[in-house]
Design a protein around this ligand. Structure first.
Ligand code: SF4
Ligand code: SF4
Length: 185
């Protein structure tokens, strides 16, 4: 049996997209609850990102202050808040493989998102923002106006952007350049 707190590097198993249980809603729900319950008992990642505080607040505010009291439709905000930075897996979690708990929180978030995509339930704003090739073409064409609009000093537009897209008005957004490397040559 693998013990908690090993000095070895975590072992990451590839995501088994082909497994018949991968998108099975009941199996996915059971796995979410299994992992959330372990995290609830551990709470080491309380300050790593926005996902864990959302999860722990929800549990603390639930009827019996446990994962069983959560409804499955409460899971989505926890997944939405995960940026897949991988910090919980790489630096914090004592229950990653080879531990018997076999816990990989970021991979579970990916599994949930894959299921959301299949059901057409992915949140629309992040889905649109993730269309990098399309957005970059628009950004290059209208770089001046987009850079002006997204500038942190443009308080009114940034406030509107925050309300519509959930992008914090204090965050520096990348600038577009009208002349790309390939255009230059
Ligand atoms: S991978 Fe997701 S859940 Fe883990 S620390 Fe990063 S944002 Fe948080
Ligand atoms: S991911 Fe691991 S370390 Fe982080 S709260 Fe869950 S069980 Fe604890």
């Amino acid at each position: 049996m693998s013990k908690e707190g090993s000095l070895g590097a975590p072992i990451r198993h590839p995501i088994d997209f082909e497994h018949p249980d991968f998108l099975n809603p009941e199996k996915l729900d059971a796995e979410m609850r299994r992992v959330f319950d372990i995290c609830h008992g551990c709470r080491r990642c309380f300050n790593l990102c926005d996902s864990f505080p959302k999860l722990f607040d929800m549990i603390d505010e639930s009827k019996n202050e446990d994962v069983e009291s959560l409804s499955s439709d409460q899971f989505a905000p926890v997944v939405d808040a995960c940026t897949l930075c991988d910090m919980c897996f790489m630096t914090k979690c004592p229950y990653v493989p080879p531990h018997d708990f076999d816990l990989d929180f970021p991979h579970l978030m990916l599994r949930y998102r894959t299921a959301q995509k299949k059901l057409g339930k992915l949140p629309s704003v992040p889905t649109q923002l993730a269309q990098i090739d399309r957005n970059a073409k628009i950004g290059v064409m209208f770089s001046k106006i987009i850079n002006w609009a997204s500038n942190i000093k443009n308080k009114l537009i940034r406030k509107i952007l925050e309300l519509i897209a959930g992008i914090d008005k204090r965050v520096q957004l990348p600038k577009y350049n009208s002349e790309t490397f390939s255009n230059f040559f």
